[in-house]
Design a protein around this ligand. Structure first.
Ligand SMILES: [Zn+2]
Length: 102
């Protein structure tokens, strides 16, 4: 089995949501709310698996020295250098961040 990227999985589940809506509208004349909500839930969970760069935090808007990082999804301060935000579960991409700060 080949390993699928979270981005690709997110795109497929998101597209499948639209396919399900189309089928319900055009073929079955029936809308399955639980299935649709499950697909929305799965898409949201997969979206958070796509690594995003933490947002650099400076002391004020004119300062250049980075004193920490914020979550790109929920904006909370990131604590430590974990692969995921402690608050919302967003996967973080530290590849371009200053190793001494986080
Ligand atoms: Zn977060």
């Amino acid at each position: 089995m080949s390993k699928m990227s979270p981005k690709k999985a997110f795109e497929i589940v998101s597209e499948f949501k639209n396919v399900a809506l189309y089928l319900w509208d055009n073929l079955y004349n029936h809308y399955d709310k639980d299935t649709y909500n499950a697909l929305v839930y799965a898409a949201d969970a997969l979206k958070k698996q796509i690594p995003k760069k933490p947002i650099p935090i400076t002391r004020n808007e004119h300062a250049t020295k980075i004193i920490g990082y914020g979550c790109p999804n929920c904006k909370k301060d990131v604590i430590g250098s974990g692969f995921y935000c402690w608050c919302c579960g967003q996967r973080l991409d530290w590849s371009e961040c200053d190793a001494e700060i986080h």
